[in-house]
Write a protein that binds this ligand. Structure first.
Ligand code: ZN
Length: 200
């Protein structure tokens, strides 16, 4: 039995992805033993995260600035928009060095059977961007090769074709194994999936 204060923090930590009861307990007792310095570091880092990080008004990436560093860069190719589910995918794709266009972060994928979730995704914002970008030539759909990713890509394809049928819509090459998570693919696999992207 732990004290209510300890239990409260364990409960909060358990809401984090991949953190269960045992991991949460380990964290809490680590902080109790490590004392004030580490706890203050963590508190400051979390404060700064809330204070400093903004949503890019163009691509919805998380950044210290808006527009973010990528959108603000003059040499990024504005004729290509690469659509990803989460901000971490941008980091993974940037590491490959194989892409010079700009991004759009949906902040999730379509959850079949949950219509309300659809409105939370930045799909409307993407379609608006596509409408007003006159230089646009290609949309690269770089979502995970799993059910939610496939569903989202099909939905986007339909919507984009309705607005601008002339735009090329491509997908990452099938080198990525079905069900794999793009964020954790190695740079070489991801880079070649990007280079060998295809359109129907
Ligand atoms: Zn941006």
């Amino acid at each position: 039995m732990y004290s209510p204060t300890i239990n409260k923090l364990i409960g909060i930590l358990k809401k984090l992805p991949s953190v269960g009861q045992h991991t949460a307990e380990r964290y809490v007792f680590h902080w109790l033993k490590s004392g004030k310095v580490e706890v203050n570091e963590l508190r400051n880092a979390l404060d700064n995260l809330l204070k400093n990080i903004k949503s890019c008004e163009i691509c919805w990436n998380f950044s210290d600035f808006t527009p973010c560093e990528i959108c603000a860069k003059k040499d990024r190719n504005q004729t290509q928009i690469c659509v990803v589910d989460e901000a971490q995918a941008v980091a993974a794709l940037e590491k490959t060095g194989a892409y010079t266009g700009v991004y759009h972060i949906l902040r999730g994928t379509i959850d079949v059977g949950n219509e309300t979730g659809l409105a939370e995704l930045k799909i409307h914002e993407l379609l608006e961007r596509i409408k007003i970008n006159e230089q646009l030539q290609e949309i690269v759909l770089a979502l995970n090769p799993d059910m939610p990713g496939e569903t989202t890509m099909l939905y986007l394809e339909k919507q984009i074709k309705q607005i601008k049928p002339q735009i090329k819509i491509s997908r990452l090459a099938r080198g990525l194994p079905m069900g794999s998570d793009l964020q954790y693919s190695d740079e070489i696999t991801l880079g070649s999936a990007l280079k060998n992207r295809f359109s129907n």
